[in-house]
Design a protein around this ligand. Structure first.
Ligand code: AMP
Length: 220
């Protein structure tokens, strides 16, 4: 099962991708995570990407396609994969189709998580993460017991550079201009499915399960 999780930053793609990984035993391929790892490791690619990411702009198609192309050929993608945060431009989508054709595969579903921009700004600008254990919080919706500190390990919570309010606004405008046109591209191919991304997480999971069928992570 080859899937794309589609939607603006903050729509909940990462959260739902984790659910699909657990239920269907297929890997998540998040270009944002791959790029953040490269930035953290200070690889030449990461050094080039950092300023672009911090500004909320898109990294060049060449860089992202290099990362994804290599990853899709890995043995753990043989039974399927979930693309999260990719493709983000029409050229990326077209190149993806060429890569998949070369591998004798295709995209089965594109799941679009729809959320209005006002909600996204609130979600993203309040997001905090523990750099020690990776646990996520939100200053309003899921605050830590002690302000600024991780409940799980006591680490000092950080805000992602690109979750600063001004950058969030730019990321959403970049999304509207460069990524939203992909909806028509997927509609034309008959693979786009919509889910209301403001529903409770468990309701969204239920809808995903209704769409994809019972997964191998389900109890018999
Ligand atoms: P994300 O975590 O998916 O919101 O990605 C964080 C940042 O990484 C984005 O704002 C972009 O700068 C960069 N990025 C992630 N995926 C892509 C992509 N498919 N194309 C271009 N840039 C990307």
């Amino acid at each position: 099962m080859n899937l794309i999780l589609f939607g603006p930053p903050g729509a909940g793609k990462g959260t739902q991708a984790q659910f699909i990984v657990d239920q269907y035993r297929i890997p998540q391929i998040s270009t944002g995570d791959m790029l953040r790892s490269a930035v953290k490791a200070q690889t030449p690619l990461g050094v080039r990407a950092k300023a672009v990411m911090d500004a909320g702009e898109l990294v060049s198609d060449d860089i992202v396609l290099g990362l994804v192309g290599e990853r899709l050929s890995s043995p753990d993608c043989e039974n399927g994969f979930i693309l999260d945060g990719f493709p983000r431009t029409i050229p990326q989508a077209k190149s993806l189709m060429v890569i998949l054709e070369g591998l004798g595969r295709t995209i089965n579903h594109v799941i679009s998580l729809d959320v209005a921009n006002e909600v996204l700004v609130q979600r993203l600008s309040g997001r905090r993460t523990c750099p020690e254990c990776g646990k996520g919080f939100h200053v309003v919706f899921a605050p830590p017991k002690l302000e600024g500190l991780c409940d799980a390990c006591g680490g000092k919570l950080l805000q992602r550079d690109d979750d600063l309010r001004e950058t969030v606004l730019n990321r959403l405008s970049v999304y509207d201009q460069q990524t939203l046109p992909l909806k028509n591209y997927f509609i034309e191919r008959g693979v786009l499915r919509h889910i209301d991304g403001t529903l409770p997480i468990s309701d969204i999971q239920q809808q995903i399960r209704a769409l994809l069928g019972v997964g191998s992570g389900d109890c018999p």
